[in-house]
Ligand binder design. Structure first.
Ligand code: GLC
Ligand code: CA
Length: 557
């Protein structure tokens, strides 16, 4: 296979592939760094800032979509899977970014969005122009409506972004026509994955990026690609998670047919050198269910969303960690860990909320629950200190290493998430975790660019979180993450044996990971530390007493 990949520096032995233990940093391109100053981050911006990620100590980066897109869902509505949107640069800019990353020893994962395309994709445009029943329509999920004149949607499914899951089209002759399915926005039409033409097309998309040298794919909505035969009506539970986190038999989530697709893709990746990997975005309720996605011939990793959705509660954390470390290795896969991404409330705010905060709900100025910033940050630092000691692979989301909180007071007229519009402003959505990140306190847009423009407004307090400020402060969240990543690597924690330790209060997490002892005080009473030298602490520790919401790594003297 041809590849721009430098196999000599990046190949590992079978069984110890890089993705089993990697710390993977999620870049949200539009909010990372903006080289041309138009207010939206871009690929040259990423290239220019990669050194700081090498300095942080990450093994890989995952980029949210930068392919051609009308940007109705921030690039998760792809119109051309094999080209870069001019907003983000060119294929040449991508190649330069990849070469720079590989030169720094950083692998590159790109986002693949196979469940749906933009309505601007050439196939969807052809489907609109073609007749009902045509091969062009068969690439998507078109159906006749119900009711006397087809005026009612084919079933009662509700879109994740609010409103119905069906949109009616006007046929080429001007008459009201068929309906098409969209799990998300109406501009994101779901493909029919039972169609061999769709399957073959995506094999080609995988090969396009593999040939360019990418190390893998994060697969968007991996649990949604197959819909139950007959598309039966379904009403979700009133308090359910819209991404399917809680319910067991949703006709558009987790259908068994998805596994055939991943087995096929596994084969495509296996044709290439360099341990290429697939990571599933699959919102499933338990680690055991998630583990079905990473059986030996399927995906290599799946996000551990049950872990992300666990509150700051010792018993609940013990359970999800125990279940994860049993379920994933049982199928030969690494456990994964994640606390934040571009779809959820940043954990520096979420962990100080007591109410549930399901995917996409967001928080805004009028939300009933408001996090206390100091408490959230303190818990976030402790939670990250726990997470980065756990064996397996960990994902961190840009800005969490700076301790960024969710931005709550974004003005209504600046909000951009389709959730906000599709729910008639009832749900704030995800803009609060997507604000461009700060680099230099004194620069325009805090160094995001040189013009001061930013597609979402940055809060004034973010000067204190700028990377240059935090880099100069030994107690900053950035310094904490740098130390955690360096010690994780030095003590091989990604592949370390794990055991829980007895003899601590119920609201304390205590475990050994390799030669490191981790103690996290998830309760409110101070905890007496066992013997051992403090290697890392999420907050300053006075003597041998661990304060509330604090975690340490200890080494035997
Ligand atoms: C995934 C993405 C999210 C997007 C959705 C639709 O959940 O992470 O940002 O809106 O898929 O593509
Ligand atoms: Ca730009």
């Amino acid at each position: 296979m041809t590849s721009t990949h430098d196999a000599s520096t990046l190949v590992t032995a079978p069984g110890s592939e890089w993705w089993r233990t990697a710390v993977i940093y999620q870049i949200y391109p539009r909010s990372f760094a903006d080289a041309n100053g138009d207010g939206i981050g871009d690929l040259p911006g990423i290239t220019a800032r990669l050194d700081s990620l090498a300095d942080l100590g990450v093994d890989a980066i995952w980029l949210s979509p930068f392919m051609v897109s009308p940007q109705n869902d921030a690039g998760y509505d792809v119109a051309d899977y094999c080209d870069v949107d001019p907003l983000f640069g060119t294929l040449g800019d991508f190649d330069a970014m990849l070469a720079k990353a590989h030169g720094l020893g950083i692998r590159v994962i790109v986002d693949l969005v196979p469940n749906h395309s933009s309505d601007q994709h050439v196939w969807f445009q052809q489907a609109l122009a073609a007749a009902p029943g045509s091969p062009e329509r068969a690439r998507y999920i078109f159906r006749d409506g119900k009711g006397e004149n087809g005026e009612l949607p084919p079933n009662n499914w509700e879109s994740v972004f609010g409103g119905g899951m069906w949109e009616r089209i006007t046929e080429a002759d001007g008459t009201p026509g068929q309906w098409y399915l969209h799990i998300f926005d109406p501009s994101q039409a779901d493909f029919d994955w039972t169609n061999p033409e769709v399957q073959e097309y995506f094999r080609g998309v995988l090969r396009f990026w593999l040939d360019r040298g990418v190390d893998g794919f994060r697969v968007d909505v991996a649990h949604g690609m197959i819909k139950k035969d007959g598309l039966p009506d379904y009403t979700p539970p009133a308090d359910g998670d819209s991404m399917g986190g809680e319910d067991d038999d949703v006709p558009y989530w987790g259908q068994p047919g998805v596994h055939d697709i991943y087995r096929d893709w596994h084969q495509v990746l296996a044709e290439y050198d360099g341990d290429r990997a697939l990571c599933a975005e699959a919102w499933l309720p338990t680690p055991d269910k998630t583990a079905l996605w990473v059986r030996p011939d399927e995906m290599h990793q799946a996000f551990n969303f049950p872990y992300l959705m666990t509150e700051w509660d010792a018993a609940a954390l013990r359970t999800v960690i125990t279940d994860s470390l049993r379920a994933f290795p049982a199928v030969g896969a690494p456990a994964t860990w994640v606390l934040s991404n571009h779809d959820v409330i940043r954990h520096a705010s979420r962990l100080a909320l007591t109410a549930d905060s399901p995917q996409g709900e967001g928080i805004g100025p009028d939300s009933a629950a408001q996090p206390i910033p100091e408490l959230g940050l303190r818990r976030a630092r402790a939670a990250s200190t726990v997470m980065l000691a756990l064996p397996g692979s960990a994902y961190i989301y840009q800005g969490e290493e700076l301790g960024l909180p969710e931005v709550i007071d974004i003005p209504d007229d600046a909000r951009q998430d389709p959730t906000w519009f599709r729910t008639n402003h009832e749900k704030y959505g995800r803009d609060g975790c997507r604000v461009p990140i700060p680099w230099e306190a004194a620069a325009p847009a805090y160094g995001f660019n040189t013009t001061g423009d930013a597609w979402l407004p940055q809060p004034a307090e973010w000067a204190d979180h700028a990377r240059d400020v935090e880099a100069a402060d030994a107690d900053s969240t950035l310094s904490l993450y740098r130390t955690l990543l360096a010690e994780r690597r030095a003590h091989l924690l990604g592949s370390a044996p794990f055991t829980w330790l007895d003899g601590f209060a119920d609201d304390v997490l205590a475990f050994r990971s390799g030669d490191v002892t981790v103690i996290a005080n998830v309760g409110s009473a101070p905890v007496e530390l066992p013997a051992g030298r403090i290697l890392v602490a999420s907050e300053p520790v006075d003597g041998r007493t661990l304060p509330a919401d604090t975690a340490v790594w200890l080494l035997a003297d």
